[in-house]
Design a protein around this ligand. Structure first.
Ligand code: FAD
Length: 387
């Protein structure tokens, strides 16, 4: 749903300007040094990027799912590392509070998340609980008015720099998903540490790391949604991820658009056999396939976003968006390397960098395989209805 086309047009123009003039020129430097300049983060704050999905009542822009998808498509035409910096606040970290937080929790955290003063992160994954997140073993033991958390989270985006951690922990043994609760843990709480982040394949400049919880004591008021939602943490996580999968799909369309532009520029400029390589039909096919797939993914994402805004249950469609757009982006990045030829394999080349950066999309927030299973399960359960 687009509420005010003119206002959205102006917002998208501002985001485009920021992406093109601030982010693009810094991509290679950030990739090489694995650090995001604080001046860029300040620019993100001024532009309101941290608060796009946070309701206006808490200082955000309160964008609809469709509006946010359009912003995501725009902002992700620069390296995905930029969006990763504010992505928790306008995605999974704030969304848990938006969907299930108490009013006091929202008042305490959302305004500072919307302004970008406070960075949030979402700590679900553990070394032995990835795709099978329900098997997580981090515990939250009740002691009087407190809970004491013990466990180990890994691969948590922004954990090394976050001020607020949404930690999923087991409050009841032997109850599967129904024994998991979500906790809000502030940095500085004794017992919570975040070791130095390891290096990774791509998205340099976006720190991802572990969260160690050792007798970390938090008040019962830090259960997301209050004690009434004890045992509901996994549902909170799923509700949060449901929306985030549409966001992520939009974030795959942007890099693919960028790479089609890069392929076209290269195909026009590079001469072989006495002519531009773009004159060769086999090169044209790679560009045509990529552009077609961009259109298909964008249409699917926007349609699903509109359905969600209309209040429809889009659980299956969100999985379809995630799997189709992430795989599409991977194919486009692979073709981009091919169009660039040997140069596309060399460090510092734009296709090489995006190839590494977008590889992550097929892994997190549910791997491709997990989403295929989800789509199959729902399609079969519905007897094929709604196709
Ligand atoms: C850079 C990065 C950032 C991340 N950020 C976050 C974050 O902010 N918060 C967070 O909580 N997590 C985060 N993650 C974790 C991410 O969500 C997990 O890595 C992902 O869910 C996969 O889990 P796993 O790595 O344990 O792989 P595994 O679950 O071990 O999967 C390995 C392979 O087995 C396949 N597989 C597993 N089960 C099945 C099955 N039933 N059927 C068929 N195939 C199957 C998978 O598809 C995959 O191909 C991040 C990960 C990375 C790398």
């Amino acid at each position: 749903m687009i509420r005010d086309p003119q206002a959205l047009h102006a917002l998208l123009a501002d985001v485009r300007e920021f992406t093109q003039t601030v982010c693009l020129p810094l991509e290679a430097q950030i990739d090489a040094h694995d650090a995001m300049p604080e001046a860029v983060v300040d620019g993100m704050r001024r532009l309101g990027l941290f608060g796009h999905s946070i309701p206006a009542a808490y200082g955000g822009a309160g964008l609809t799912t469709e509006e946010l998808a359009l912003v995501n498509i725009e902002v992700s035409q620069a390296s995905p590392t930029f969006r990763a910096r504010f992505g928790g606040n306008t995605g999974i970290a704030a969304e848990s509070l938006i969907v299930d937080g108490t009013e006091a929790q929202r008042q305490r955290y959302l305004p500072r998340m919307a302004s970008g003063e406070l960075t949030g992160c979402f700590a679900l994954t553990e070394p032995e609980a990835g795709s099978d997140a329900i098997s997580l073993t981090t515990t939250a033991r009740r002691e009087g008015d407190d809970f004491v958390l013990n466990g180990h989270k890994c691969f948590i985006t922004n954990a090394p720099i976050a001020g607020l951690f949404t930690v999923f922990a087991r409050t009841e043994a032997g109850r599967g998903a129904a024994g998991i609760s979500a906790f809000l843990v502030e940095r500085g709480t004794p017992g919570l540490t975040t070791p130095e982040p390891p290096r990774k394949m791509g998205q340099h400049g976006s720190p991802v790391g572990e969260v160690i919880l050792q007798d970390c004591r938090v008040p019962a008021s830090s259960v997301v949604g209050g004690e009434a939602l004890l045992g509901q943490g996994f549902r909170t996580a799923m509700k949060t991820l449901n929306k985030q999968r549409i966001n992520l799909a939009g974030l795959c369309v942007g890099p693919a658009i960028r790479l089609v532009h890069e392929m076209v520029a290269r195909a026009r400029a590079r001469q072989q056999f006495g002519q531009a390589i773009g004159e060769f039909q086999l090169v044209q096919q790679m560009i045509a396939e990529s552009n077609t797939e961009v259109h298909a993914a964008r249409a699917l994402v926007l349609e699903t976003a509109r359905k969600r805004d209309a209040g429809e249950d889009v659980t299956m469609e969100a999985s379809m968006c995630k799997v189709f757009a992430t795989e599409m982006c991977g194919r486009v990045a692979d073709r981009a390397v091919q169009v660039f030829g040997g140069s596309g394999y060399m460090a510092g080349n734009v296709a090489e960098r995006f190839f590494r950066d977008v590889r992550l999309f097929r892994l997190y927030e549910g791997t491709t395989q997990i989403h295929w299973l989800n789509i199959a399960k729902r399609t079969l359960a519905a007897g094929g209805a709604g196709v």
